[in-house]
Write a protein that binds this ligand. Structure first.
Ligand code: CA
Length: 602
């Protein structure tokens, strides 16, 4: 019997009027009185005695990568738990920040997680505070807000916990949202006639969670902000290690960093503005040749986390070959594309090597997320290791094939028909750093194009995107990294970014949803350099940025005079005006055909 049933039987449910005084309403009894009715969500039972409620006053939410922060926030910090009927040991914990009535702006915000976790905890919840939104997160029943999928996905090797898989894939987020929206409505004593706008915000795994709701529950959200979504899950992190093994050369992160620096210097002006930002990775991919780095010096201090001692030298021909092979993308033994990679200006943090003092050699170091996910989801074993000898492009292709057949209805988040969301009036902003070194921007462009082709089959490319932009917009953020504007180079050094970053993507989303304020360019805030703090637009895909002083833009060709030697040289004909143009070659770069697969892969 759920808590509400217990309370109703005991005659304890007494709903009082919502006071504007935080301590008056931020009590366990008041939160319990705000619970959804026992039959509100069939199959779920609230757990008796699980509620905590703590008033928090004058709180400062520090600025984060996707919100500006806020001071003087007053809210009720609430947790409670529910279980699924028939599973008595089940416990799913929910956590909410409910603003004081004076600060509540009739908004509900569901927040997502990262990595293998469906929650960012307090950091995610704080996202709602600047916007007067009741914010919520869930532990998905994985044993607490500091636990994640890896802890519960297998009962033991070979025995998958499908309840946990489905909870992670989409179900926990849905339950949280439906329960949270109703609790919010009752907590503020809002009538059914009062519109409480419902939003989602998350990046990476969090972005995937938001997309999972748009794909499956098209009517629960009015607006969705999705950043760098991990919609295929990270089994693609083998490009660098496989390229290194193929050419039997393991460059130091220092040597790789030099090549990246050369690529940035060469490619920066290709977008029409020399500002340290490569806004056109497509042109960079097409035009930068790693061999131009050969002989360029590098000199780095120790990188303790990679065991690397201080190192100096000049870029070798082999390193240039490995870099070019990595950028080329992963091709199978029949020279068919398994998955594209990042552009040359994106750092090699996904392709680092580690120094082994026992052998005095550099060795490949695949991103630990890859063996984790492959072991848990493909091999279904608890193991932290996966020898690189067992991996090849053909093997990766079969992993993807396995994953598609096994997980297309769960963890793979690629359903391309979003008609219910669109028909319900939903609005979605997808944002993806073009220099994201964790999940390549092409991951989002491929999926976005699949949506376009599925929902607008009769329209041409540009017309299809124009129609889709009325409810679903994708923005590639120049120079942006993974869920963060700062660029982290392979040496672990965070570099400021002179480009605009959509710090207030939620503000743009809320104005679009609540005021009908449509827009073509996403508002970003310049993060560094002379224009730091200024507003600047970000082009909507498939349009691409070209900086020019007049009408010289439009052909998308840029002005690549740099040789990669003299960093930061200014050009006479550079402009300050951003144009967003369609470029067929760029479009093809971002919508490659994954012809290694016999089924439609995207
Ligand atoms: Ca530039």
């Amino acid at each position: 019997m759920g808590l509400l049933k217990l309370l109703v039987v005991a005659g304890l449910v007494v709903k009082s009027t919502c006071s504007s005084n935080l301590p008056d309403f931020c009590t366990i009894s008041f939160v319990e009185s705000s619970f959804p009715a026992p039959d509100f969500f069939q199959g779920l039972e609230l757990i008796a005695g699980s509620v905590t409620a703590q008033p928090v006053t004058n709180f400062t939410a520090l600025p984060d990568s996707t919100h500006p922060g806020a001071t003087g926030r007053n809210f009720c910090n609430v947790t409670f738990a529910y279980r699924h009927v028939g599973r008595p040991s089940d416990r799913v914990n929910l956590w909410l920040y409910l603003p004081s009535p004076a600060q509540f702006k009739n908004r509900f915000l569901a927040t997502g997680g990262g990595g293998l976790s469906v929650t960012l905890g307090a950091r995610g919840l704080a996202t709602g505070l600047p916007y007067g939104a009741a914010s919520i997160t869930t532990d998905a029943g994985f044993g607490g807000f500091d636990s994640d999928l890896s802890r519960v996905i297998l009962y033991g090797s070979g025995a998958m916990n499908y309840d946990a898989l489905i909870a992670y894939s989409y179900r926990a987020m849905h339950e949280m949202t439906v329960l949270g929206k109703e609790l919010t409505r009752k907590f503020y004593s809002s009538s059914n006639l009062t519109k409480i706008y419902s939003y989602f915000h998350g990046c990476s795994e969090g972005g995937r969670e938001g997309m999972s709701q748009v794909q499956r529950y098209g009517t629960t959200f009015d607006g969705v902000s999705v950043g760098s979504p991990a919609i295929r899950h990270p089994i693609f992190h083998y490009h660098g290690p496989l390229a290194q093994r193929k050419h039997d050369y393991y460059p130091s992160v220092c040597e790789l960093a030099r090549i990246t620096a050369d690529a940035i210097a060469f490619c920066d002006p290709l977008d029409g503005k020399t500002d340290g930002v490569v806004a056109r990775t497509d042109l960079c991919f097409a035009r930068f040749n790693a061999s131009s780095s050969i002989g360029n010096p590098y000199n780095c201090s120790a990188v303790p986390q990679l065991g690397q001692p201080p190192i100096a030298g000049t870029v070798s021909a082999k390193a240039a070959v490995v870099a070019a092979e990595t950028w080329r993308g992963m091709y199978d033994s029949k020279n068919k594309l398994v998955h594209p990679f990042y552009a040359p200006s994106v750092d090699f943090s996904d392709s680092v090597t580690v120094f082994n003092p026992a052998t005095n050699q550099l060795e490949p170091y695949p991103n630990p997320l890859s063996p984790a996910v492959v072991n848990l989801l493909i091999k279904e074993v608890y193991s932290a290791t996966l020898p690189l000898d067992e991996v090849s492009p053909d093997v990766v292709r079969e992993w993807v094939n396995d994953a598609m057949s096994k997980y297309m209805s769960t963890i793979f988040t690629l359903w391309p028909d979003l008609t219910p969301f669109k028909s319900n009036g939903g609005k979605m902003i997808v944002w993806h750093g073009e220099a994201d070194a964790m999940i390549p921007a092409v991951s989002s462009t491929m999926y976005q194009d699949k949506i376009r082709k599925t929902m607008y089959p009769g329209l041409g490319v540009q017309q299809g995107y124009a129609e889709m932009a009325k409810w679903n917009k994708l923005f590639l953020v120049p120079g942006g990294s993974h869920c963060d504007p700062g660029t982290v180079d392979p040496l672990g050094v965070v570099k400021p970014n002179n480009a605009a970053w959509p710090t207030e993507v939620l503000k743009s989303l809320m104005e679009w949803v609540e005021e009908g304020k449509d827009f073509e360019r996403l508002e970003g805030i310049v993060q560094g350099g002379e224009k730091k703090g200024e507003k600047e637009g970000i082009c909507g895909f498939p349009l691409r940025p070209v900086w020019g002083s007049n009408t010289s833009g439009g052909n998308g060709k840029g002005k690549g005079k740099g040789k990669g030697k003299g960093k930061g040289q200014q050009q006479d004909d550079e402009g300050e005006e951003l144009q967003c143009v369609f470029d067929q070659q760029s479009f093809e770069f971002f919508t490659p055909k994954l012809d290694s697969f016999l089924v439609d892969a995207y």
